[in-house]
Design a protein. Structure first.
Length: 557
């Protein structure tokens, strides 16, 4: 027996070594990631931190509440991508290095001269502020330490900081920069704040509660009134945070491991989370609890539709031990080796029998269709993470689909019949009294209005017939321009701003839009010079295709 096995085993080992060489398994290609700023790094966000609908893909490095700090490339290479957008990373520069990694710098206020010139040329070519360009290997070379940009607060940023990422160039998977010698001191241990125990069998309970129980963590255990008794299979959830030296921000935990009677049943690691999996965060956290209480508990058991690869489980983290007493231990670790843990006892009993499921269910791994004369609904396969009760309310002028406490991985499609075409018509998510809370991008096909939604709720037809607002902040028509920048405030009441443009004497002018400040601005330097009065036109269009224009004249000698 042994003799016949050994060669196979040896072959397998050789094969694995050979494969790991090819795929670069288990070992990072070496990369000493330096500090892109001149100030000592302090983090307002770390890698893998739990954010709305995604894991944070990099580090948020503090800039002392200021904008305009020099941003240096941490390694030589070439600028491989420049993405400018009113949303997301705002102004972002990607630098590809010969070592197999690409670093990303986001929310920038401005780019260095040569990168800015390159970008502006393309913005004028495409007549668009938002651009996504991929310069060639020989276009924009940079050397380690070069100033490539200036820090800012552009895009979806909630305050001045630098968003910094390290990605594998080949796969574009963002890695945890702290695993690459990033110069940051961390002597603080991660904090476990609370533990939740959830019944996973229908009819199960935790100390009498069929929805589960939450317990505050103490120094090394959890606080509960008396023994924790469990009936039926169960799962564990954890909430907490970590922080590093030099900052009081509550950041994410790098690693969480959970054990039952010293057998590991779940492990979460904040590294190598591909963007294509990032939204599965909504399956990892107890979304309903988060929706109601704004605290994120990480489930240490897997919902069927959760494909995240940075979490591993034994039996999907579903705990089904022998009847009797058991010890649960949860440990949280950071990259620097600091850790904290809680341990507690539970008294488990198998459930005698599970009650029958009486409600109609929507299967997570199948398509679901609903149709009446007035409404049609399609929930695609894989849109939800587990089976959900088919709670659909077909009202006279609305359709209610489940509720917004249930997360969606993919969009659902809603069709509402509307025989007469009306101006500004759109499908919106509405309140119980029919008030629109969110307009959806809507199209018409024959008698049907069609829209996709990434959240459940109540949907109905709304109308946006109101033009966006354009208000001058420092532009006075007929006057000589005296400021470096011309600023307008632009807003829309419901559907949101779809596009904008600024024309001077009918020529397109580069203007910048910052939605969080409702600010549209452009530089006086970009306007044509003349002692004569020239024409200015600002046009803003909303999603319901209402067009607003502002016209005036200026003198720019
Ligand atoms: Zn960030």
């Amino acid at each position: 027996m042994t003799r016949s096995r050994t060669p196979k085993k040896t072959l397998l080992i050789f094969f694995l070594i050979w494969m790991s060489g090819i795929l670069g398994w288990s070992q990072n290609k070496p990369f000493d990631v330096g500090n892109p700023l001149e100030v000592a790094p302090a983090l307002s966000g770390n890698y893998g931190e739990l954010r709305p609908n995604h894991f944070h893909g990099g580090l948020d490095i503090k800039t002392g509440g200021q904008e305009g700090l020099n941003v240096h490339t941490v390694e030589s290479g070439y600028v491989s991508r420049i993405k400018i957008s009113p949303y997301g990373y705002g102004k972002a520069v990607y630098v590809t290095h010969p070592n197999g990694y690409t670093t990303v710098y986001g929310h920038l206020r401005a780019l260095n001269d040569s990168i800015a010139r390159y970008t502006k040329r393309i913005q004028y070519e495409q007549k668009s502020f938002a651009v996504d360009v991929y310069p060639g290997e020989n276009d924009l070379h940079v050397l380690k330490g070069d100033i490539i940009a200036f820090s800012g607060n552009t895009g979806g940023s909630g305050g001045p900081h630098l968003h910094f990422e390290v990605r594998e160039t080949e796969t574009e998977v963002p890695r945890n920069p702290l695993l690459f010698q990033f110069p940051l001191n961390d002597s603080k241990r991660p904090i476990i704040e609370s533990v939740a125990i959830k019944p996973l069998d229908r009819g199960g309970n935790i100390s009498g509660s069929t929805t589960g129980r939450h317990y505050r963590a103490t120094a090394n255990s959890i606080s509960s009134n008396g023994a924790i008794t469990i009936e039926g299979d169960f799962g564990i959830e954890v909430s907490g945070y970590d922080h590093q030296d030099g900052s009081g921000n509550k950041n994410g935990i790098y690693k969480i491991e959970a054990f039952i009677d010293e057998q590991r049943f779940a492990a979460f690691t904040a590294d190598s989370i591909p963007f294509s999996q990032s939204r599965f965060l909504n399956a990892l956290i107890d979304y309903e609890y988060y929706y109601q209480k704004h605290v994120r508990f990480i489930r240490l058991y897997r919902l069927p539709g959760n494909i995240l690869e940075n979490v591993t489980y034994k039996q999907n983290g579903r705990l089904s031990p022998e009847d009797g007493g058991h010890t649960i231990r949860v440990i949280a670790k950071d990259v620097s080796g600091n850790s904290s843990e809680v341990e507690f006892e539970v008294d488990f009993k198998k459930l005698a029998d599970t009650p029958e499921q009486k409600q109609e269910m929507i299967r997570w791994n199948g398509d679901y269709y609903f149709e009446t004369d007035e409404h049609q609904l399609h929930i695609p396969k894989g849109a939800i993470y587990r089976d959900e009760a088919a709670n659909i309310l077909d009202g006279e002028d609305f359709i209610e689909v489940l509720n917004s406490r249930i997360p969606l991985q993919k969009s659902i499609q809603i069709k509402i019949k509307s025989t007469i075409e009306q101006e500004g018509e759109l499908i919106a998510r509405v309140t119980k009294d029919g008030r629109p809370i969110r307009a959806l991008q809507t199209r018409r096909e024959g008698e049907w209005l069609i829209a996709e939604s990434r959240s459940f709720g109540r949907f109905g037809i709304s109308h946006d017939q109101t033009k966006p607002q354009i208000k001058s902040v420092n532009f006075r028509s007929g006057s000589r321009l005296s400021t470096r920048e011309v600023v307008f405030q632009i807003k829309d009441n419901l559907s949101g701003i779809e596009s904008f443009r600024v024309l001077a004497n009918n020529q397109w002018i580069l203007a910048e839009y910052d939605p969080k400040r409702a600010r549209l601005s452009f530089f006086t330097d970009d306007l044509p010079k003349s002692p004569e009065a020239q024409e200015l036109m600002v046009e803003v269009i909303d999603m319901a295709r209402n067009v607003a224009t502002f016209e005036g004249t200026f003198i720019n000698p």
